[in-house]
Ligand binder design. Structure first.
Ligand code: ATP
Ligand code: MG
Length: 168
């Protein structure tokens, strides 16, 4: 397990840029797991990652479809999964995803993808919590389409042989 990056991301735009930076090292068979509370920026990061890969279609929260496959202009497909509603890893297995031939990004995937691959790129996003935390936006109080920028801490950890020696 190696920490590849530990940084603070100040804005929505910067989160997209970080997604693009991660996209630059991704190839078919890679599994990226995004962890962080509601509104942390998991989908925002995936969107930046998707644009960098030339993903077709809108990268949005796939909460109601579980998984969406985006063909890309040149490389492997981007498969975007939202495991929020899954209760156990077997259901993820049921989706019959092309794990080896595509780049798979799983929101809320921690604990759901164990055993799927021997290597995982784990991205943890922390946001200050609302409801009184200093400087934090309470997401209940704002228009979801207009969440003000606030800092996020992002820690990217590589587990398994695939991420040995990789730098972002
Ligand atoms: N520094 C930041 N990085 C990322 N997003 C930010 C930042 N500051 C503010 N935001 C806003 O926070 C929201 C993040 O929403 P997003 O849908 O990406 O989160 P999520 O982690 O996917 O949530 P969910 O758990 O509901 O899937 C967006 O509205 C984005 O504009
Ligand atoms: Mg999301």
């Amino acid at each position: 397990m190696t920490v590849l990056l530990d940084t603070t991301v100040a804005t929505t735009e910067e989160m997209g840029a970080l997604g693009a930076r991660i996209a630059a090292v991704l190839r078919a068979g890679d599994l990226v797991v995004l962890t962080g509370p509601l509104g942390a920026g998991k989908t925002t990061m995936t969107r930046g990652l998707g644009s960098a890969l030339g993903a077709r279609g809108q990268v949005s929260s796939p909460t109601f479809v579980l998984a969406r496959t985006h063909p890309t202009t040149a490389g492997p497909d981007l498969v975007h999964v939202d495991a929020y509603r899954l209760s156990d890893p077997v259901e993820l297995d049921d989706l019959d995803l092309d794990w080896d031939g595509s780049i798979v990004v799983v929101e809320w995937g921690r604990g759901m993808v164990d055993g799927v691959s021997d290597s995982v790129l784990d991205v943890e996003i922390a946001r200050p919590t609302g409801g009184g935390a200093e400087g934090a936006v309470d997401l209940d109080d704002v228009d979801p389409d207009d969440v003000p920028d606030e800092p996020r801490r992002v820690i990217v950890t590589g587990t398994g042989p695939r991420w040995q020696g990789v730098t972002l």
